[in-house]
Design a protein around this ligand. Structure first.
Ligand SMILES: [Zn+2]
Length: 696
């Protein structure tokens, strides 16, 4: 019995020992804030000792005693970091945030201590030079090559003084990135719009109004209503709110986040782009984008610019056509007594929804009762995977979670052998970051004998107790998307942890998730999950057909707002050292970049503006936001292939699994794609899918 609980003692701190739960699942019910710091420090210390032993090994370098030894090192640290990363993203608190701030420069220094270790690099270089004589199998040879690339890209070839400069840039950058993330999260929470008069909420459903009242109550604003914002420029309630002044207020609040005030981020952005450009120069690259893209499937900034330039004109032309249709509707309504005005960005969603109803004769409120959350998961997302891959899922109630409303499933192969665990945390919370994502508690590797433990996070507003959770079609689509990532993690079958599952380039990693979205609208899958939450009646075919037809609707807007953000991201990171703007010029720089590329269409601002562009300044997507559309080209090619090969069939699933999903990054990404598709990627199916091929 312990009178006092000592977090540095492995008896008291569950993070310090390997989990005894199935699949090494983390004991989330036993982990508390105070466990992280001692565990993470101990994990770094252990990893450092393991690396030192490899670097100072008196025996000559061999693949086994150097490269494989590095793959085996750091197991404890990565196990603890995966839990820390998961909780700080999905269920954070002030204490964990403070720890993140304290540790982020230490993590950066830890990584530098490995990749800038001259003795270690000397061993890798020796092996690399003799690589053809080592008798390595293909995956092992590739591992050696990737290690050598990682060392060189991290600065292993630099002089000692340049290494010192690089270390300080890395530590400062990681602090800034952390500060950006936390400031944006606080800013979006603080920007929630408080409403005194419920009549202003006209257009929202009674459930949404109840949610707004509950949100006010939880902020001690009893008797008022709170519209919480999400971290994108557009805000979902704008499609429903009838009060134009309130729409404008919400919209402008969203758009001006991060510029000045308590949660200003322009200062952070200016310093980050400056540091990134200087790091690129140190490493011998003209810009940060050149440095990043060399290691992606795109390879060069020119290739990315060319693709964005190809897509921008048809996207903007389509957005202008959509705007004209919306303006015509506003004008027609003004003829029957409504006020006349010029379409503004805050009107778009509201009138687009009416154009949608006019042209496709349905609205979200009609559709949502058929998208009940649990049915979407079991009879939709998991069902599609069962049909395509022959896998099965069994819910586990004995695996600990950090929230009671999470669900955990064990996945099995067709022959009944175990595959891994998958967690679902689908509800939005104020202490959860925005958006949707997949992450891992454990990554598959045969070397370490580990099976995958993966997780899907969404941000679905939780209805008041007793009410069903009814999804929008977008949320359904996102659920299928994230599960595509989960399957990429679950099906991984590689030797080395470095190549596991989703450890592929950013402009490839979205591809398996993007084609998985196609099953959300597959007739057989839809018929299986789209049933009325109270009557169980199938979604009427007529309504289903309208939902399907409406998929090309508003794609000019969607593609343009995305391209705006992708172009701004490239503009920031294609700056040479010495030419980056100051904080007060951040907004002007963004406006000029949009104008230059022809996507400065006022009713369609970028999906993220610079001051809250978390992908670019805290999410690891710097110079990489283009990746979503780059990999969507691969995804739409794959959808085309599946559609011409009989769709949802086990045979197709087996091909995808063996040629793509099981390979992780053990094979070069484009080689993998060509082996599956039989040719180079083609942009045609993407333009067709988005309705952008029209009028080109
Ligand atoms: Zn994704």
């Amino acid at each position: 019995m312990n009178a006092t609980n000592d977090p540095t003692n492995s008896v008291d701190n569950p993070l310090l020992t390997d989990s005894t739960l199935p699949y090494g699942a983390p004991p989330l019910n036993r982990i508390r804030n105070e466990h992280f710091k001692p565990a993470l420090l101990a994990g770094m210390e252990t990893h450092r000792r393991e690396i030192d032993a490899i670097a100072s090994n008196p025996a000559a370098a061999t693949f086994e005693n150097t490269v494989v030894a590095m793959e085996r090192a750091g197991k404890m640290l990565s196990r603890i970091r995966s839990v820390f990363g998961s909780l700080t993203a999905s269920d954070t608190n002030a204490e964990l945030e403070a720890l993140q701030t304290e540790l982020s420069p230490k993590f950066a220094a830890h990584s530098d201590a490995i990749y800038l270790n001259p003795a270690l690099f000397a061993r890798i270089r020796t092996l690399y030079e003799r690589r053809s004589q080592l008798g390595l199998d293909a995956e092992s040879l590739r591992l050696l090559e990737r290690y050598r690339t990682a060392f060189v890209r991290a600065g292993a070839n630099l002089s000692e003084s340049d290494k010192g400069a690089l270390r300080s840039i890395n530590e400062r950058s990681s602090m800034l990135s952390n500060e950006f993330r936390q400031t944006v999260q606080k800013g979006v929470t603080a920007a929630a719009v408080v409403i005194d008069d419920v009549s202003l909420l006209d257009g929202l459903s009674p459930e949404q109004i109840a949610t707004a009242a509950a949100a006010a109550k939880s902020r001690k604003l009893e008797g008022k209503w709170v519209i919480a914002l999400t971290n994108t420029t557009g805000q979902p309630p704008l499609s429903q709110l009838k009060n134009r002044a309130l729409r404008e207020r919400i919209y402008k609040t969203s758009l001006m986040r991060g510029v000045g005030g308590d949660f200003d981020t322009t200062r952070i952005v200016a310093e980050m782009v400056k540091l990134r450009s200087e790091r690129a120069r140190l490493l011998g690259y003209p810009t940060h984008a050149a440095y990043v893209l060399e290691d992606e499937t795109a390879l060069t900034a020119d290739a990315v610019n060319k693709m964005l330039a190809q897509l921008a004109p048809p996207a903007v032309a389509n957005a202008r056509r959509e705007a004209a249709a919306i303006q015509a509707l506003i004008d027609a309504q003004s003829n029957t007594g409504a006020p006349a005005f010029q379409l503004q960005a805050w009107d778009w969603d509201f009138y687009a929804e009416q154009v949608r109803k006019q042209n496709y004769a349905y609205d979200e409120a009609q559709v949502r009762p058929y998208f009940e959350m649990n049915r979407v998961l079991i009879d939709g997302v998991l069902f599609a995977a069962q049909e395509l891959f022959g896998v099965s899922f069994k819910e586990r109630h004995d695996i600990p979670t950090y929230q009671d409303d999470m669900r955990v499933f064990e996945a099995f192969n067709a022959d009944g052998s175990p595959l891994g665990l998958v967690y679902f945390d689908w509800y939005a919370r104020e202490n959860k970051r925005g958006g949707a994502w997949m992450s891992s508690y454990a990554e598959q590797s045969r070397l370490l004998g580990k099976r995958p433990v993966v997780m899907n996070n969404l941000n679905i507003p939780k209805p008041p107790p007793g009410q069903p959770t009814l999804l929008t079609f977008d949320e359904v689509n996102t659920a299928f998307h994230e599960f595509g990532h989960a399957l990429h993690g679950l099906f991984s079958n590689v030797m080395y942890p470095r190549f596991s599952g989703t450890s592929v380039p950013r402009d490839f990693v979205e591809f398996p998730s993007q084609y998985n979205e196609m099953w959300a609208v597959d007739p057989r899958v839809l018929a299986n999950y789209a049933k009325h939450y109270s009557t169980g009646a199938p979604m009427p075919k007529e309504l289903m057909d309208k939902v399907l037809a409406a998929r090309k609707f508003n794609q000019g807007f969607g593609t343009t707002e995305y391209l705006g953000a992708a172009i701004v991201d490239q503009a920031w990171h294609q700056l040479a050292a010495g030419s980056t703007p100051n904080a007060q010029d951040v907004e002007r720089f963004e406006a000029e970049a949009l104008k230059r590329s022809g996507v400065d269409f006022a009713p369609v601002p970028p999906r993220y503006r610079t001051p809250y562009f978390s992908h670019a300044f805290s999410g690891g997507y710097a110079a990489g936001y283009y990746a979503y559309i780059w990999s969507d080209v691969l995804a739409r090619d794959t959808e085309h292939w599946l559609n011409t090969h009989g769709g949802l069939r086990r045979e197709n699933g087996d091909i995808l699994r063996s040629k793509i999903l099981s390979k992780g990054f053990s094979v070069d990404a484009m080689t993998m794609f060509r082996d599956f598709y039989g040719q180079d990627p083609d942009i045609g199916p993407l333009l067709e899918a988005r309705g952008l091929a029209v009028g080109r």
